[in-house]
Design a protein around this ligand. Structure first.
Ligand code: ACO
Length: 352
């Protein structure tokens, strides 16, 4: 058995392909860089869902349907907001997802998550909720609902680039969870809820906020090498480094970094992050020889989300907004073509 199922092929897919040695992410045969530049979030959803959640899908149609779904989702907010707003944000979002009806359609799921995250951020800060504007893109409407005012185009474009960049990464733990759940013929709503649960852990989608906490600690210490050496000596993991599949620097980190550089070319935070990355890569090589531990995309992702004003406790839910379309596509593909997923185990306990 391979520990953590590393290297095991668990599905055949036409949805995405990741090559961790060459630094490649493809979605439906398109390089992720091309999708960020040319298709944007809704255009990439059209590609992802084509043949699974409809045919001949186009960016404009997906944009319109998601707009309608957000308006419908907003009407449901009072049903779950009271209790959810009292809980930490990641948990509140889990409650909102759990409130989606069993027959929730793909657009309902995406629209509900967008509305839930924006509404919870506002409610937890004691602000009045802002109704969606179904004519806008997801990125524009989310920023508007979260801020309570129109937002500059550069900020909207940066969020759209972020949501597109993170949309799919092959069979990560959350996507695999979605496929396992869908393989039993459970609902899409259940597949998404289970995927979200798998996503929130700090080794997966829970990482970006913690990567920024680490950057703050390192900056406050004033000693990059000393801080990193001491963390590794205590057996701690460096957040934003290492990946099961990527053994070179994650190509998505480069996309996010160039968006960040456009947003703020003089950011001292970005300069420190670059210094930390250089130092950590060298120190990890010394501490874990042969492990090929490079920067994953989480530090760049966190800096980008911070730069556009997303609160730190919302990093994971906003990351989930990026990833939810691919949970849905993989669940639908699994439903269409896959057998129930039911691996075996090797018994190593005492014998009667
Ligand atoms: N810092 C220090 N050591 C590390 C790190 C790290 N970030 N990542 C892996 N290692 C070490 C482990 O301690 C282990 O060492 P050992 O063999 O001496 O015990 C070795 O590298 C292999 O670790 P595994 O956990 O088996 O590697 P895996 O492939 O499961 O790791 C993971 C992937 C979970 C992402 C890991 O690199 C990690 O914990 N990184 C930090 C958290 C993080 O940034 N997560 C975001 C990932 S991107 C995403 O999912 C959205």
């Amino acid at each position: 058995m391979r520990d953590g199922l590393e290297g095991i092929i668990a599905a055949e897919t036409i949805i995405s392909h990741v090559d961790g040695e060459k630094g490649i992410v493809w979605v439906r045969g398109h390089d992720i860089r091309e999708l960020v530049s040319n298709s944007g979030y809704e255009g990439t959803i059209a590609l992802l869902w084509n043949g699974f959640a409809g045919g001949n899908l186009a960016r404009s149609g997906v944009c319109e349907q998601l707009g309608q779904a957000r308006s419908a989702a907003f009407r449901q907010v009072p049903a779950w907001l009271g209790v959810a707003a009292e809980r930490p944000l990641v948990e509140g979002v889990r409650m909102a997802l759990a409130a989606i009806p069993e027959d929730g359609a793909p657009t309902t799921l995406v629209g509900s998550l967008t509305v839930a995250v924006a509404s919870l951020i506002r409610a937890r800060a004691g602000n009045r909720l802002v109704e969606p504007d179904g004519r806008l893109t997801t990125a524009a409407d989310f920023m508007r609902m979260m801020r309570g005012a129109e937002v500059e185009d550069t900020i909207v474009s940066a969020l759209d680039a972020y949501l597109t960049t993170v949309i799919d990464n092959g069979l990560g733990p959350s996507t695999f969870a979605a496929r396992v759940i869908a393989s039993t013929e459970a609902s899409l709503a259940s597949a998404v809820l289970g995927a979200y649960g798998a996503f929130t852990g700090k080794r997966h989608g829970g990482a970006p906020g913690l990567a920024l906490d680490m950057l703050d600690d390192i900056t406050a210490s004033g000693d990059i090498d000393g801080w990193l050496e001491s963390a590794l000596a205590q057996g701690r993991r460096l957040m934003g480094f290492g990946h099961r599949v990527f053994h070179v620097r994650d190509p998505r980190g480069d996309i996010l970094r160039s968006v960040l550089e456009q947003l703020n070319p003089d950011s001292s935070r970005l300069t420190t992050a670059r210094e930390v990355e250089r130092a950590a890569t060298a120190i990890l090589q010394r501490h874990k020889p042969g492990r090929k531990l490079s920067a994953n995309m989480e530090m760049d992702a966190a800096l980008l989300l911070e730069a556009i004003g997303i609160p730190r406790d919302a990093f994971t839910p906003v990351f989930a907004m990026g990833r939810i379309p691919s949970w849905i596509a993989h669940a639908l593909e699994q439903r269409k073509s896959g057998r129930m997923i039911r691996p075996g185990s090797s018994y190593v306990g005492p014998r009667g």
